[in-house]
Design a protein. Sequence first.
Length: 567
Amino acid sequence: MTASLAFKPKLFSTLRNYDRRQFTTDLLAGIIVGIVALPLAIAFGIASGVTPEKGIITAIVAGLIVSLFGGSKVQIGGPTGAFIIIIYGIIQQYGFEGLTIATLMAGVFLIMFGILHLGTIIKYIPYPIVVGFTSGIALTIFTTQIKDLLGLSMTTVPSDFIEKWIAYIGAIPTTDLWSAAVGIGSVAVIALWPKIARYNNVLKKLPGSLIAIILMTIAALLIKQYAGVTTIETIGDRFSISNQLPGAQMPQLTWEVIKGLVSPAITIAILGAIESLLSATVADGVIGDRHDSNTELIAQGVANLASPIFGGIPATGAIARTMTNINNGGRTPVAGIVHAAVLLLIFLFLMPLAQYIPMACLAGVLVIVSYNMSGWRSFFSIMKNPKSDVIVLWVTFLLTVIFDLTIAIEVGLLCACLLFMRRMAETTDVKVISDEINPAEEDSDFQLGNLEHLTIPEGVEVYEINGPYFFGAGNRFEEIMGALHHQRPQVRIIRMRKVPFVDSTGIHNLTNLCLMSQKEGIQVVLSGVNPKVQAVLHKAGFDAMLGEENICSHINIALERAQQLKK
C-alpha cells in the first residue's frame, strides 16, 4: 500500500458536513484548551531545560499541525510531561542543537512508522512497560521540582536520582518559607479547585493550574511590594522573556552527530507514538469514533519536524488537553486549530507578564502533573498479575528512575519479548501417542466411519505437536525423545494438524530430526499438515528431502503409509 493511501487527515472528512453550530462549540472548546495549555506549556518548557517561550512555541506549531493533518478528530498536540526527562538529558549531553537534531530525526522515524503501517503494532507494546515508564517519569518529574517547590538554596543539583534526594535532604535547612508557601499553596489550589468550582458552569471550565498561577503571582507581587520579601524567585529572575516569533532555522547536520543521536531519537519517536496513539484511543472511547493510527503517526512526525525548526521541543498527543477538548464540546480538528491560535495571541500580547510567575508555583503545577501521570492505581493493580508482568513493570520503573528512559524502554521491551517467547514456547507441547487414537478427541483430521479407534502398529511412534512450531519450541522433540527409553521404532509419525505456522528454526530442527532418524534407519511421516505450513516446507525444500508421499493429509493415511514403509 502506498504512503498516500495511508495518509487521510480527519480534518478534510469532518469539514464535509460542518455547520455553524459545530463551529461555535469547537471555538469555545479551542479557547478553553488554549487557556489550559498555557501554564502547562510554560512549565514543561522550563522543566525540560529550555526557556518558557519554547514550550509555548511547541504547543502552537505542533498543536496546529496535529490538528491539520492528524488521524483523530479531537487530538490536541503539544509538549507533554513524558518528554521532560529525556529532553533534559539530551540537552545536558548534546546541547539544544543536539535536541533539535534528535527531534528532527524522531519526526522522520514517526513518518516512517506511519508509512510502514506500524500504527497498530505500536499499540500492542505491553501495558506493564507503559505503566512502568510512565510511573517512573512521574516520580522523576516530581523529584526535579523539589528545589523550586521549597525554594532550596543549592548551587548545583545532582543528576542522579539517589544523589539528588541526598542533596535535597542536606539542603532542607535552606528552605525558603515564602517560596514553600507559594509552592504548596499552588498544589492545594489545583487539587481543591474542581471541588470549589463544581457548582459554577463558568468557573469549572477554568483549569486549576491557571487559577493557581494567577493567585500565586498576585500573592507574590503583594508580598514583595508590602512585606519586602525578595526571596520568591520568578520566571523573570531566571529567564529573559521574549514574545518575538523565531524564524525558521535548520541545525548543522553531520553524520557523526546523527549517529550519536539515533538512540535518543528512537526513544523520542517511540514515546511520542505510544502517547499519541494512547491519547487517540482514549478519545475514541469517549466520542465513539475511530482514529487512523498511521495518519496520526505521520502527523506527529511532521509536527516534530516543524517544531524544532522554529525553536520548539518534541511534541505528541496530550491526553489531558485532549480530554479537556472533548469535555467542552470539541468534536473536530477545528477546535485544535483554535487552541493553537489562542496560544499564539497570548504569546504575542501577554507573554511579558509570564516573568512575574513564581518558580515555586510552576513547580506546584508539575507536582500535580506528576501525580496525575503516576497511574499508581494501575501500578498496584498490575502487582496482582502474573510474576512476569510484575518483573517487566519493576524493571522498567526502576531503570527509568535510576538510569534514563532510553535504557528503560530498551530493556523493558527486551524483557517483554523474552517473556513473550517463553509464554509462546509454553503454549506449544509435544505429546507421544503410544497405543491407539480415540476418535472422540479428533476433529476433521480424523476420517470418521473408517475405524472406531485407530490402533498404532508395532514399530510405529506417533508424536503430536500442539501449537506453533517456532524457535521457542524447536528443541522440544529432542527433549521428549531424550526422555524416552524404549526400543527404536521403524517409523515416526509427526502429527501437525494443530501447528498454525512454522518458522526457519522449526524447519531447521525438523530437518535435523528427519536426517538423524534416517541415519538410524527410521522413516519419518508427517500428518495433517495445513496448506500454509506445507507451502513453507515446500519453499524450504523439505518435501524433496522427506519425499512428498511421506507428507499426508490425515492420520489414517499416515498410518497406512507407515505400514507400507515397514514392509
